[in-house]
Design a protein around this ligand. Structure first.
Ligand code: ATP
Length: 264
């Protein structure tokens, strides 16, 4: 496996994630706390083989949350992109999935994150479900794997409907959680987390911006921030004499950015 198969503790924290409070609580209960306090769970004989399937529209924080979980738990993080795993290993997919779990076990505690997991778990006989039966069985076997030993799996998908139900059992990707588009309050919370390290002028009203961004995903809001920055930078280069004294983002920059975004 190349780059994405490596394990590291990510630098994303809960502070970088806006909204998604319900999901945070679940992941804290079922993954972070068990990793941090194994003795308690052991004493009760709790079953620690938990896996989550996060589903919903793109760009709403599924990857971000998975990374934050690893960071908060002090665990390693392995990011597997479903389609890439298959492409890279045509004819070798079974070996690849075994290697992934082996690597996760040797870097435990570990969060094993499968992006676009539908590519690896598609129902047999579904259109596009060219994943061979043997691969599916191997993946299921790895998920059960006797004891996963401090390896927690999180899958992400925009297409939960095509996933073979065998993958949704407890101990596999058994906890299904919807990650929706953010509402207005959540958009404020996301904007706050995105704006944390940005030079905001007091004229910037994040509540008003959030109200105007109905239907935006977290990724759209991050894009809006980038565009506002671009507008502000452009302004600096317009006059013949560049004024570097007031490098802040103003409400007008966001308004222009929203204007462009809404027109697109
Ligand atoms: P996909 O289904 O396309 O993989 P995803 O749900 O995994 O999408 P992320 O990759 O987590 O989405 O989000 C993309 C980017 O959008 C993040 O890096 C971040 O900048 C921003 N973002 C999305 N959701 C949030 C959120 N809830 N809080 C803060 N930033 C967010």
């Amino acid at each position: 496996l190349t780059r994405e198969g490596f394990s590291t503790v990510p630098d994303v924290t809960w502070g970088d994630v806006g909204g998604l409070d319900h999901l945070r609580r679940e992941l804290n209960t079922y993954i972070i706390r068990p990793i941090k306090n194994p003795e308690i769970y052991k004493a009760f004989g709790a079953n620690l083989e938990t896996g989550f399937l996060l589903y919903g529209p793109p760009g709403c924080g599924k990857t971000l949350v998975a990374k934050a979980v690893a960071n908060e738990a002090g665990a390693n993080f392995i990011h597997i992109k479903g389609p890439e795993l298959l492409q890279k290993y045509v004819g070798e997919a079974e070996r690849a999935i075994r290697t992934v779990f082996q690597r996760a076990r040797t870097s435990s505690p570990c969060i094993l994150f499968f992006d676009e997991v539908d590519a690896l778990t598609t129902k047999r006989g579904t259109e596009g479900g060219w994943v061979v039966e043997r691969f599916l069985n191997q993946f299921l076997a790895e998920l059960d794997g006797g004891e996963r030993r401090n390896v927690y799996v999180i899958g992400a998908t925009n297409r939960p409907d095509v996933i073979d139900s065998a993958f949704m059992r407890p101990g596999r990707f058994g906890n299904l959680v919807y990650v929706p588009l953010p509402n207005a309050d959540e958009r404020v919370s996301i904007l706050k987390s995105i704006a944390k390290k940005k030079p905001l002028d007091p004229s910037v009203d994040l509540d008003a911006i959030a109200k105007k961004c109905e239907g935006f995903s977290g990724a759209d809001l991050a894009g809006l921030m980038d565009r506002a920055i671009h507008v502000a930078v452009e302004e600096k280069f317009k006059p013949s004499e560049i004024d570097s004294s007031d490098c802040t983002l103003k409400m007008t920059h966001f308004e222009q950015a929203i204007h462009v975004a809404v027109e697109e």
